[in-house]
Design a protein around this ligand. Structure first.
Ligand code: UGY
Ligand code: MN
Length: 302
């Protein structure tokens, strides 16, 4: 039987090593984030609907999740979403990402409507904000007037207002609800709009772009901000404030500081911030970061 000489084996091994050294030019290699981030021809917010369930090299690691739950903040990442039938809705799966069980005074949840789905009503005195992430839904108000909401559109429903969301195909929504904090002589009204119709607002001392989806008047006890950062931009203020936040990253990636922890985050990630948790964000990667942010406003905290 013919056998390789040890010299031949050694030579082959050396050639292999030389090849690795030449192709990688002596540097450690890492997967490119350019391809992963390129947005060519992808529908808006597609990364929220089809998120990376775990960094590539950790996908098969049993039990691995980036989700974290602490007393003053939580990061809920897509691989830990648990959907179940939404009570009072038909044919709709929901995943609650923020709830009073954490200490929040609001809920934030994803609702996946299927064909022929219908919304249920919020409880008495609870207001609702709906933002469309995928598909389209029809909203019918108490007077029977119907409007179609597509991706990037939103609706605010004041407490105790009859309404119905219906979908004929699959649609994904992110929804915020809270018990309305009544204020004498102020009555909130229903609102329907879309992100691109909202004007850019001044952000003194900051560089990010800001849109507010609800009026800033006293009738509204919360607002939803859309915040855009170009790669490399970050919050100048290292914020600590009495307001609570619920955040959904719609596009991009970066580092979120929450309390003493620093988290790599990307589109699809959801965050809860309790009052006074130190918070800071820096956008990284190749594309802009866009996030949607719940913030309670206009009420005396006492
Ligand atoms: O308005 C805000 O509180 C906002 N800048 N916070 C944040 O982005 N974490
Ligand atoms: Mn803040």
């Amino acid at each position: 039987m013919q056998s390789f000489s040890p010299i031949l084996l050694l030579l082959t091994l050396l050639l292999c090593l030389l090849n690795i050294a030449v192709t990688h030019q002596g540097f450690c290699s890492a997967p490119s984030i350019i391809d992963a981030n390129s947005n060519n021809n992808k529908p808006l917010y597609s990364k929220v609907i089809n998120p990376t369930l775990a960094p590539h090299h950790l996908q098969d690691l049993p039990g691995f999740t980036r989700s974290v739950y602490k007393s003053d903040h939580a990061l809920i990442t897509p691989e830990s979403h648990v959907f179940s039938l939404l009570p009072d809705w038909t044919n709709t799966l929901g995943a609650y990402l923020v709830s009073p069980a954490m200490g929040a005074h609001f809920v934030m949840y994803l609702a996946k409507m299927q064909e022929s789905s219908r919304s249920g009503n919020p409880s008495k005195d609870v207001e609702r904000f709906v933002f469309v992430l995928q598909g389209l839904v029809k909203l019918t108000n108490a007077s029977g007037v119907g409007q179609t909401l597509t991706v990037d559109s939103f609706a605010y429903i004041p407490p105790n207002s009859e309404h119905l969301f219906e979908s004929y195909e699959s649609a994904t929504l992110v929804i915020f609800e809270r018990r309305y904090a009544y204020l004498e002589n102020h009555i909130p009204e229903s609102i329907v709009g879309s992100t691109d119709q909202q004007p850019l607002l001044d952000t003194p001392g900051e560089v990010f772009e800001l849109r507010k989806l609800l009026p800033t008047s006293l009738s509204y006890d919360f607002n939803i901000h859309i915040m855009d950062f170009q790669p490399g931009e970050f919050l100048n203020v290292k914020e600590v404030h009495y307001n609570q936040h619920g955040l959904l990253l719609l596009e991009g990636q970066g580092i979120y500081r929450l309390g003493d922890s620093w988290y790599p985050v990307e589109a699809g990630d959801a965050i809860w911030m309790a009052p006074f948790v130190p918070q800071w964000y820096a956008a990284l990667g190749k594309i802009r970061t866009r996030y949607l942010l719940y913030k309670d406003v206009n009420r005396n905290p006492l």
